[in-house]
Design a protein around this ligand. Structure first.
Ligand SMILES: C[S@@+](CC[C@H](N)C(=O)[O-])C[C@H]1O[C@@H](n2cnc3c(N)ncnc32)[C@H](O)[C@@H]1O
Length: 273
């Protein structure tokens, strides 16, 4: 599949082989690692696994829940939820290379039965109505122009009462974004909504707002610690940088500035279908 968004995220392809090779070069065997060890690579969003655990705790999951992860990337969010709640998570993502690598990493970690990764578009989900008990989307809507269709699709595939947890990057009041950033090397694939627009879109799709938070200052602190090396060191030495190479440094610097100036916000929303 080609297109500006898959091209942006495909990282040159062959991702699982490259991850395995880089791990083995550091003396680590992929299948001997734990899900949490991959956090710096496969939880490609602010505040990593801690943010996923926080969202999962709000989703009322049981071991029987069928969960959808929209924009699942390398699958860290899906695996963290599948492992901690014991449920099944289906991830859908536009970038085939990420879906293939996500499936392979689940295999290393013994989670192939609990996770499924499909290539597809959030605005046209390949699922029947009422297929899922809960849904989550983390840092994906900023690449999606047709958010009305994305949320209408999420609502359609969720059973009535099902929870929809959202953690996204939004447009702040401090000015326009500066590029490149990790979700877009240039502005043509970046579509940030403002918090009020998000609420209007989700209400129009038929969701009821239960809770919202602005975690921009926590995200800034987390990124400052990571870049200064004062936070916890990544458990495995392969990180999101794998997708972007040396260009990642400027992407992160731009995010730091945008968070400090509130050009971008990180916000969480919990909705019920
Ligand atoms: C920054 S990554 C986040 C991945 C994952 N949610 C995480 O937090 O680790 C954004 C992801 O959204 C996916 N994406 C962008 N547009 C999409 C669309 N229209 N449908 C499905 N996935 C999409 C990209 O391929 C990418 O994997």
């Amino acid at each position: 599949m080609t297109g500006k968004i898959p091209d942006h995220y495909s990282g040159g392809g062959n991702l699982a082989d490259r991850i395995a090779r880089d791990l083995r070069a550091k003396g680590l065997e992929p299948a001997e690692l734990a899900t949490a060890d991959f956090e710096a690579l496969d939880e490609f969003h602010f505040r990593g696994r801690a943010a996923t655990l926080e969202l999962a705790s709000q989703m009322r999951l049981t071991a029987r829940s069928e969960v959808l992860d929209i924009g699942s990337g390398l699958g860290g969010v899906a695996r963290t939820i599948a492992q901690t709640a014991g449920c099944h998570v289906t991830g859908i993502d536009l970038t085939p290379e990420l879906c293939a690598a996500a499936a392979e990493i689940s295999g290393w970690l013994g989670l192939s039965e609990k996770t499924l990764f499909l290539q597809g578009d959030a605005t046209d989900l390949p699922f029947a109505d009422n297929s899922f008990d809960a849904a989550i989307t983390v840092h994906a809507a900023m690449n999606i122009a047709a958010k009305d269709r994305m949320y209408a699709e999420a609502r359609r595939v969720l059973r009535p009462g099902g929870r929809f947890a959202i953690f996204d990057i939004l447009q702040g009041e401090g000015g326009e974004m500066i590029f490149p950033v990790p979700w877009a090397a240039e502005p043509s694939i970046s579509y940030l909504a403002r918090p009020k627009e998000m609420e209007t879109l989700l209400r129009a799709a038929g969701f009821k707002l239960l809770h919202s938070t602005d975690s921009t200052s926590e995200s800034l602190r987390w990124l400052e610690q990571r870049t200064a090396g004062t936070g916890p060191s990544p458990l495995v030495p392969v990180t999101t940088r794998l997708l972007f190479g040396d260009g990642y440094t400027l992407m992160v610097q731009n995010q730091l500035r945008a968070l400090r100036e509130r050009r971008m916000l990180t916000c969480g929303f919990l909705y019920a279908a």
